[in-house]
Ligand binder design. Structure first.
Ligand SMILES: Cc1ncc(COP(=O)(O)O)c(C=O)c1O
Length: 477
């Protein structure tokens, strides 16, 4: 007789376990606005709390779930919290959460058409929706990956493959506002440091067109082969969008691949401000966009989109004997041939279910609210003395600084960094810091559709209160 699997439960127990999880999730969602953001405890404390040998004895699922809720959850800063304005927030949408549950529960494999045809087609449909939003031609296509870092890597691999000279003498161009994952992608792809030309951004944090054209000309004269420009469709620092139309003109004239990192920003094409700023996005050769950022999906979900879908296949396809069976039968699309992963889970399901359940108009409204909140934050800060706006509300990001008189720049920098720590310790809300034009600046990124105007105003009020109570006396010169 077949022994019972030691890892299975009966149907009723499975249901009860699932209900417990749904209850815990809904409680979490409902109580989130009233909760603190979460802690960053010292490592030793968490080692004491959580380290243990491999469990030998079984215990109830409920006990394990409770342990997670009590010991782990409070020690996580909640990136989906309505007052998490730091870095790039990750506000979840509930249909997407359930879709991830289904995708894991049915363990859908989306690597080959042979076993994953239906799921592959859903992924192609969702990618087509995105391509349509961006005005990409029928030849365009792409696939879901883990996030923006890998989406950029996959697109840039396609770019490199189109230029036989790329590795030996290729040069690529981007501004110093570009996300670090682009430099990392080029490193993985085998380009040397000297092949990466990083141009200082202009006063609007955009790539300087004149300097770029001049640099390309000089590099050609010096025997390099310029082959790719990486534009920003929303920088992490300030939300700046590089002038895509002008870059497309330049790249067309020079025969270069134009990629844009729109990991956080490209989805803003659904909004009025996004449409204004992202003009020319339809002319890109490739684009990275992260549904797990501004399309409110649970991590991990990024998309690599290329103008010529087959360029991905050229870059990635390898056919080993143990996959030969997938080549026969009804012709389809094997997404494993278009990217890095063979085993691919059903990441597209969440955006498919989410867009179908809500309709795209709900997304547009949520995003317009996000943009509005950034403007509210800007106005609130402008009304306070001693605060300076470094970059106005752009694509839902605001950069600013507390700049009281009679302090040296390095003291102002230290004070602003200290404000982030004060907010983290306080636990009500979080902003993050960066460096703009050589000076520390604070950032607020208002991407959570559940954030309110009151959340934004109270966050700024607390920042101001912490700033005002900072021991300036010890600092003044
Ligand atoms: C503009 C931009 N590009 C790339 C990334 C990296 O994306 P991921 O964290 O999904 O790998 C980010 C993350 O915030 C980003 O803002």
């Amino acid at each position: 007789m077949r022994p019972e699997s030691p890892l299975d439960f009966d149907a009723e127990t499975m249901r009860q376990m699932g209900y417990r999880v749904v209850d815990a999730l809904v409680d979490y969602w409902q109580s989130l606005p009233a909760r603190p953001l979460g802690k960053r405890p010292p490592r030793e404390a968490l080692e004491r709390l959580l380290n243990e040998p491999t469990p030998q004895q079984p215990q109830s699922f409920e006990a394990v779930l409770d342990e997670f809720l009590q010991k782990v959850l409070p020690n996580i800063v909640k990136v989906d919290h309505p007052r998490y304005f730091a870095f790039v927030p990750a506000p979840n949408e509930y249909v997407g959460v359930l879709a991830d549950f289904i995708s894991a529960g049915m363990n859908v494999f989306v690597g080959t058409w042979m076993v994953g045809a239906g799921a592959t087609q859903v992924e192609r449909v969702v990618i087509r929706w995105l391509c349509d939003w961006f005005g990409m031609p029928a030849s365009a296509g792409g696939l879901f990956v883990s996030g923006g870092s890998v989406a950029n890597l996959v697109c840039l691999a396609a770019a490199r493959q189109q230029y036989p000279d790329a590795l030996a003498r290729g040069k690529v161009y981007y501004s110093d506002q570009t996300h670090s994952c682009v430099a990392r992608a080029w490193r993985i792809l085998g380009l040397r440091e000297e092949q990466l030309c990083v141009l200082p951004a202009d006063e609007n944090f955009q790539i300087p067109l004149g300097a770029l054209a001049e640099q390309i000309r000089r590099d050609r004269d010096a025997g390099w082969t310029p082959f790719c420009v990486v534009a920003n469709a929303g920088t992490t620092n300030t939300g700046a969008v590089d002038p895509l139309n002008a870059l497309a003109d330049l790249c067309e004239a020079e025969g270069l691949w134009l990629h844009a990192d729109g990991a956080y920003g490209a989805a803003a094409i659904l909004t009025e401000e996004g449409q204004q700023r992202l003009q020319g996005i339809h002319r890109l050769h490739s684009l990275a966009v992260d549904p797990h950022k501004w399309l409110y999906q649970p991590m991990m979900a990024g998309c690599a989109i290329v103008r010529e879908f087959e360029h991905l296949r050229t870059a990635f396809r390898i056919l080993p004997p143990y996959l030969q069976d997938k080549e026969r039968g009804a012709a389809g699309v094997d997404l494993c041939d278009y990217g890095v992963e063979l085993s691919r889970n059903f990441r597209a399901l969440k955006l498919w279910m989410s867009l179908k359940t809500h309709g795209v108009e709900a997304f547009r409204q949520a995003m317009e609210w996000n943009l509005h909140l950034a403007r509210v934050a800007e106005q609130t800060i402008r009304n306070l003395p001693d605060w300076e706006i470094i970059s106005p509300a752009t694509m839902g990001i605001l950069a600013f600084r507390y700049e009281p008189p009679r302090l040296r720049p390095e003291q102002v920098d230290a004070l602003n960094r200290a404000l982030v720590d004060a907010m983290l310790n306080d636990g009500f809300a979080l902003v993050s810091s960066t460096v703009l034009r050589g000076r520390v600046a604070l950032r607020m990124c208002t991407l959570n559709p559940r954030a309110t105007e009151a959340d934004v105003r109270e966050t700024v009020r607390r920042l101001n209160e912490f700033a005002a109570s900072y021991p300036l006396g010890e600092m003044t010169t």
